[in-house]
Design a protein around this ligand. Sequence first.
Ligand SMILES: *[C@@H]1O[C@H](CO)[C@@H](O)[C@H](O)[C@H]1NC(C)=O
Ligand SMILES: *[C@@H]1O[C@H](CO)[C@@H](O)[C@H](O)[C@H]1NC(C)=O
Length: 386
Amino acid sequence: MEFGMILILFVASIPTILAEDISYGTIVVDGTTSIAQTDDNFVCATIDWWPHDKCDYKQCPWHYTSTITLDLSHPILTKAIQAFNRLRIRIGGSLQDQVLYNVGNLKSPCHPFRKMKHGLFGFSKGCLQMKRWDELNHFFNATSVMLTFGLNALYGRHKLKGSLWGGEWDSSNAEDFIKYSISKGYQIDSWEYGNELSGNGVGAHVHADRYGKDLIHPKKIIKELYKGSQFEPLLVAPGGFFNQQWFTKLLQVSGSNVLDAISHHIYNLGAGSDPKLVSKILDPNHLNKVANTFINLARTVQTHGPWSSAWVGESGGAYNSGGPHVSDTFVNSFWYLDQLGMASKYHTKVYCRQTLIGGNYGLLNATTYVPNPDYYRTDQIYGKTF
Ligand SMILES: *[C@@H]1O[C@H](CO)[C@@H](O)[C@H](O)[C@H]1NC(C)=O
Ligand SMILES: *[C@@H]1O[C@H](CO)[C@@H](O)[C@H](O)[C@H]1NC(C)=O
């Protein structure tokens, strides 16, 4: 998909923006050359692990939208996904590193997430039952979803000091889970490793040295288990905030051809509770600030990991579940379209919107499943209605 397509939509929306004081301008798009190329499945949306009792600012906007509780038989959900022909979905989020897969030789008890005062992000470990995993895969197959699944990179590690976690990753649970998925014939486009453990982390962090060394395990597992298969899933990591030193080290330590995509997260609007959220969305200077992150990441990849491509694995605009009555309304499209354009321009191959459903920033409403304005923006550009 070329960047030019995104520009066209901006032209189309100019008269609406200036509803009171209309002035017409002309934008010339030179379609003969392209400045960057995205993946064919550039557009992506996320499904998270947050349970219904995850709350921010005394508001609980997730309802039953998690990987475990989402209503897969809802007719709007199926249609909304199918309208893209082939939507990429990334399953992941804060609680991903605490998920156990109930399969194989799992030694620990497998219980659902529950609130826990001193737990990471205020929750206990959680559990993905294989019955649910079967249901999810049948659903994704029926809706032609291209799946990126985030693995539990904290499994087997322990807290060292503050939010720093160490020890070697125990790959056994993930390996059994991948084996099970292969035995069932489930098509996974990419396995992602870890969530927001880069730099100083969010809830927890792991040194880049350690993380880079451990990345060699999932790569080896994928290579071995998919040997002889028609398709070998990609390995994606670290799914965290960009930190130049940390990302550079990760590429250097893991070495060439280990990481197929280097994924980062973007929340460039600040907290969802910020009363100035709307004015930030409408301020081009504010929106442009994050261009540096894209530029620096592109440079890092070019210099230290040219075998890898840059992905935005999760981006919701405002963090802490998005802004109530902002992130699901028309005004949010100014942030979203700007991001899709900026990411494409700086060689990002995939852009995952937080979320497909869940929180205040879902493309679909968390209780009614009705699409919000950003859903239509995306579908107009990339869906079959374009
Ligand atoms: C996916 O669906 C196709 C038919 O649409 C079917 O042939 C295939 O077996 C399904 N794969 C899985 C893993 O369910
Ligand atoms: C979802 O829709 C309900 C009912 O129309 C509305 O009250 C609520 O604010 C919406 N929720 C979000 C997060 O957009």
